[in-house]
Design a binder for this molecule. Structure first.
Ligand code: FRU
Length: 440
């Protein structure tokens, strides 16, 4: 089936969130939210891609599709876990109470309910959609616990002596919150506790993820309605350094957060552990419209998370750096595998990558995609990092639809979707700037 290198893209039609990201029996599996009938969001299926190395991906068709009452209108986001050699997927099943009379793929006035389901497989490739689904958490009827409609995106992890599950939800459609459940056997789940921040942190927290790196707890969530000034997309993904106590599932969330990415296109990230035990992340890169080939939606390059002096780094995965080891004198990004540009930026300098501008002013890196992005009246065109501490070494992954600017090996990353990027990288090249493509 269709292979893709560097960035995984929609095979056709529409994709959004990565789901069920896991290294299992020698393969990286990345499932994803997929609408197979058009280049727009609709009844959700889980598409499936696999990779041996996180660099080259192969699409494997549809893994999950609506087949029971609880998921009749969509298999929403979820996660994967391995237990006793089997692969378990947990996800949110959606049932519309009122279908939009003009479009069977959407519902009317947000009238739907959400349940959490599970399905398993012994090889990671075959899923019995007809007989293999179990409802593990029915729609929530108690408003003290959570929201009946907006509760979704289960992420499971193994704790010290039990399984834990975190769900995204909302307090009265005003504040985002997360719910914690515990299980001994993966089938019976008990609600234990919840955590939220209140005002200024969005009205609904989607795609929560909790994990530990370098001994510190991290909560990653995708709040809806986080940014209100109209210049950037409202829904963004953020991470907090938190304290989590397993027994009571009590989580203390500080006021400060970091964005997962400063391009503001990245959303719904999900982490897992790679073959070497590193905490790695994949995410959806939002796009405003389909490409000329008719597909819309793609995934970031895999990133390795590290917590250092209270700051979360998003390093480029070493497999990518190793795979993009062939130095070239000039890049033709028409090549499907794209390229990596490595250089330093001095204050006031800029690089032009086929129309995509990267520049440094003072201690920040800025990008401007005006020349390679459909018009938005000035909105969503420019991005910037916060003040940088570690230097100005840039590694930029480029293909025709996505530019990812890693600053200082992931002190910050700016990922920007682009359209019709020039067919050659047109750098105002300086000494010391290097270009690489796939190969040795
Ligand atoms: C995030 C999200 C999830 C949901 C899925 C539906 O982008 O809204 O909360 O499960 O997408 O496609």
């Amino acid at each position: 089936m269709k292979q893709q290198t560097l960035h995984l893209k929609a095979p056709d039609n529409w994709v959004n969130d990565p789901n069920g990201f896991i290294y299992y029996k020698g393969w990286y599996h990345l499932f994803y939210q997929y609408f197979p009938y058009g280049s727009r969001w609709g009844t959700m299926h889980w598409g499936h891609a696999v990779s041996r190395d996180l660099v080259t991906w192969e699409h494997r068709g549809i893994a999950l599709y609506p087949s029971v009452r609880e998921d009749q209108n969509g298999c929403f986001s979820g996660s994967a876990i391995e237990a006793d050699g089997r692969l378990y997927l947990v996800y949110t099943g959606v049932r519309y109470e009122v279908v939009n009379p003009e479009d069977p793929h959407t519902c009317l006035d947000e009238k739907f309910e959400s349940a959490q389901l599970m399905i398993s497989s012994d090889d990671g490739f075959g899923f019995d959609n007809e007989n293999g689904k179990t409802v593990i958490i029915p729609p929530i009827r108690n408003p003290e616990i959570g929201h009946r409609t907006h509760t979704r995106d289960p992420k499971i992890w193994r704790g010290k002596d039990a399984w834990y599950l975190i769900l995204g939800s909302t307090v009265d459609e005003k504040y985002g919150e997360v719910l914690f459940y515990r299980s001994r056997d993966l089938y019976t789940w008990e609600y234990v506790n919840k955590a939220w921040k209140g005002e200024d942190y969005g009205w609904m927290w989607e795609c929560p993820d909790y994990f530990e790196i370098n001994g510190g707890g991290i909560l990653m969530v995708s709040p809806m309605g986080l940014l209100q000034n109209g210049e950037k997309e409202k829904n963004q993904s953020i991470c907090f350094a938190v304290q989590f106590e397993e027994n009571s599932c009590r989580m203390e969330i500080p006021d400060q957060y970091q964005f997962a990415d400063y391009g503001m296109d990245l959303y719904a990230p999900q982490t897992t552990v790679d073959a070497q035990g590193r905490r790695i992340m994949e995410a959806w890169i939002r796009m405003p419209q389909p490409t000329a080939d008719g597909w819309i939606g793609m995934f970031s390059s895999p990133r390795v998370l590290e917590l250092k002096d209270g700051h979360i780094y998003f390093h480029m995965h070493p497999n990518l750096r190793a795979a993009y080891g062939k130095e070239i004198p000039a890049a033709s990004i028409a090549a499907a595998e794209g390229c990596m540009a490595v250089f330093e930026l001095y204050d006031g300098e800029q690089a032009n990558i086929g129309g995509f501008i990267i520049c440094r002013k003072g201690n920040r890196i800025y990008t401007d995609r005006t020349a390679v992005y459909p018009g938005f009246d000035g909105a969503h065109l420019k991005s910037e990092t916060p003040e940088i501490k570690d230097g100005f070494h840039l590694e930029v992954l480029v293909d025709q639809s996505l530019v990812e600017v890693y600053v200082n090996d992931g002190e910050y990353v700016i990922s920007n979707a682009v359209y019709g990027l020039g067919s050659a990288i047109d750098f105002d090249r300086r000494d010391g700037m290097k270009l690489y493509t796939a190969g040795k």
